[in-house]
Structures are given as C-alpha cells and as structure tokens.
Ligand binder design. Structure first.
Ligand SMILES: *Cc1c(COP(=O)(O)O)cnc(C)c1O
Length: 387
C-alpha cells in the first residue's frame, strides 16, 4: 500500500476487542498476567504500552526500520541514544545543529567524558578528516536547522561503514514522507515528533527508529532502562496527527515554494535558504536523496534593525519558537533556538543577527504572502544595509 494509505490507517483494526477505528488510550500502567509464565504482551507501561506501541510500529514501518521507540520529547530521544556511548567516546556532529542538541552535548555530556566535533558535513570528506580512533558515531541533520544545508547521506553512510561508526540522522525537518535515511544507509533515525509528525503544536514527543536486530535490542534496553518514554495520551495525539501527514506535508511544501520565491524578490531580503529553489547549492543532492523539500524557509534581511520591525508587524504569522505545525510560525534563531550557542560560533556558522526562520503552515498562500509582504515593506523603512 502507498504511504498516504498506510498513514491514514494507523491503528485501524488493532483493537480487536472492540473494533474501535480510533485506537483507544490505554492509561493502565499495569497489566494482569493470565498465569505464571504467561503474558498478554504487556506488563508495565514503561516497557510497553498498547497506545504507544501503535505509534512505534507506525514510525518503524514508515522509516523502513526494525523497531520504533517513542520518547517524551525529541531531546529525550537523543538522550536515550546517548546511552549507546561511554566515557572517552567521540562523536562527529553536523555544524549547523539544533541548539538544544548542541546544549545537551556541550553542557551535559562533555562532563561525562564524551567529546564532540562539529563539522560542516556538506563535504563528506570533512567527515573522514574528523574521525579519530575513539570515534563511535556521526549525528547528522539534513537539511540543517536553520541554514537548510544539505548533506549526502549515502556518502556519509559509506564512510561510516568503512570506519565502523553508527550513522544517526535527525529526520525532523523532512519526516519519512519526504526522506528515509535508513534506506540510504543510516543505522538510526530520530525525530522531534513535536514538529511535523505531531503537526498541530499540541504534543511534545520524540521518536527513534533502529535498523538491525542487535542495535534494536540495545536501544530497547536503553528506552526501558532510562524511562524517558512517551505517555499514552501524548501517544494518541501523535498517532492522530500522523494520519494527515501526507496532506499536510504536500501543502507545507507548496506554500513554502511560493514563500521562498516571494522572499527572493523582496527588496528587504538579501538571501533565501530553501532547498527547493534551483539556485540553492544543495538542490540537486536534495532532489536525489529525498522526494521533497519540506516546509522550512530561512532568509536574511538586509540589516539587523529590520528584524524588530518585521517581527512586530507580522500579524497572521506568529513570532514563536517551534516548527512543523499547521500554523505558520516565525523564529529568530539568534535569540531563540540558537541562543545557547556562543555568538562567535553562531555567527561563524551563518546564524547571524539578520537570519529569520519560517515554518510555513497550511493556511491559504495568498494570506501568507500578504502578511509577509506588509511586514517586510515596513521593515524596509527601518533602513540599513549590512550585507
Ligand atoms: C525541536 C527539535 C529537536 C528537539 O525536540 P523536542 O521535541 O523539542 O525535545 C531536535 N532536533 C530538531 C531538528 C528539532 O527541530
């Protein structure tokens, strides 16, 4: 069956006792055993929960992996995976990285003797140069947040295999609807399901998908042992959101194309970052390894003083710190998502004070363009040009 069908049918036919179309929320934390040595398959909700299991099977099926693991947040998913490593281990990580992941590594895991190198992985050979004898894994985002830089997952997977390293891909921005990293050679995929998979700005969740039996059992052990699992209510909200993923992603992308073209032509805007645009340096690669470009568009205005005016004037689009929901949001990475990255590193990677990031929602495109247009026109009056 096609992916659209499989998404809509998540959980249907699974509750055989009642035939419920919408899979029920099982709040029960404990499960009665029929007899000694017998089990219904459920014993304690941290280990397995019926509602959570529906989401976990769905994401494993969509990504083409062995098993899925639902976590309390995207950060909880990354934290769970950190249990694969030990003191002294080294990881190579995308340079342009979600700020919270950077903070977890630099402010928490460094204290436990792990080390991290942040590398611009657009050029796969830079990965080879960063690998050390103690390297254990590579963590990649593609396209990156917020600069939309594209890395070649097959090329990175080949180098990872050569050195026996795990390739972990944060697939939050594209979701399995547009990109399936396990098929390109990755070992683990993770998501902040708070974003597109949930899709409605109303549930915090993380997902992990693993490839291969041994790795799956190691992650299953960590998921249960660390206990940062997703609750049944959140699992249900997530599975409800996932049913409409295909429709939403198509509309996000359609609107994002129109917004990216509109921004490219506005005098207040100096650069637009959207991999769907043919002039984007990662466009060809993205077209090869994914079936779409997603709904995230970043851009630079011509001066930092235009930012405040632009954000003040936005009416329909909310100035808020998230992405992937049906409602359009605008984020200012310098003071929001990337505030924990030191300003010199942040500016060197391109996340400067003129950069804005849009999560394009599924509103009517004319309304989005009108809102952006009026806010940019007023921003232009703030003046300045720092290109
Ligand atoms: C939001 C986000 C995370 C963290 O997920 P939470 O659900 O907020 O904990 C990780 N990676 C990326 C790319 C994100 O956008």
């Amino acid at each position: 069956m096609r992916v659209e069908t499989r998404l809509v049918q998540i959980g249907v036919g699974r509750d055989t006792t009642t035939g419920a179309i919408s899979f029920p929320i099982y709040h029960s934390t404990a499960y009665r055993h029929p007899a000694l040595g017998e089990s219904t398959g459920y014993d304690y909700t941290r280990t397995t929960n019926p509602t959570r299991a529906v989401v976990e099977e769905a994401i494993a099926m969509l990504e083409g992996g062995e098993a899925g693991f639902a976590c309390a947040s995207g950060m909880a998913a990354i934290q769970t995976l950190m249990g694969l490593f030990a003191q002294g281990d080294h990881l190579v990580v995308s340079l342009d990285l979600y700020g919270g992941t950077y903070r977890l590594f630099e402010q928490v895991w460094k204290r436990f003797g792990l080390s991290f190198d942040y590398v611009d992985l657009r050029e796969p050979e830079r990965l080879r140069a960063a690998i050390r004898p103690e390297s254990k894994a590579i963590l990649v985002e593609t396209p990156t947040n917020p600069l939309m830089q594209v890395s070649d997952l097959s090329a990175l997977a080949a180098i990872a295999a050569e050195y026996g390293l795990l390739l972990i891909v944060d697939n939050t921005f594209l979701t399995p609807y547009f990109q399936r990293p396990l098929e390109l050679g990755a070992d683990i995929v993770l998501h902040s399901a708070t974003k597109y998979l949930g899709g409605h700005n109303d549930v915090l969740a993380g997902l992990i998908v693993t490839k291969g039996g041994e790795l799956t059992e190691r992650v299953r052990f960590l998921h249960n042992s660390l206990g940062a699992v997703l609750g049944p209510q959140e699992s249900w909200l997530l599975l409800r959101g996932m049913k409409t993923l295909a429709l939403r992603m198509e509309r996000h992308q359609q609107n994002a194309f129109a917004v990216a073209r509109f921004l490219s032509s506005h005098p207040a805007v100096s650069e637009v970052f959207y991999p769907g645009l043919p002039e984007h340096p990662g466009h060809q690669l993205q077209s090869r390894q994914a079936s779409g470009y997603g709904g995230m568009v970043s851009f630079r205005v011509r001066s930092a003083q235009m930012v405040a005016a632009f954000l003040r004037e936005l009416q329909l689009i909310s100035f808020a710190e998230s992405l992937g929901g049906v409602e359009s949001l605008c984020t200012y990475p310098a003071t929001q998502t990337h505030a924990d990255i030191p300003p010199d590193i942040r500016t060197a990677t391109g996340v400067c004070d003129r950069l804005l990031r849009l999560s394009i929602g599924i509103e009517h495109v004319d309304d989005l363009l009108a809102d952006l247009g009026q806010a940019l026109d007023k921003a232009l009056q703030a003046g300045g040009d720092e290109r």
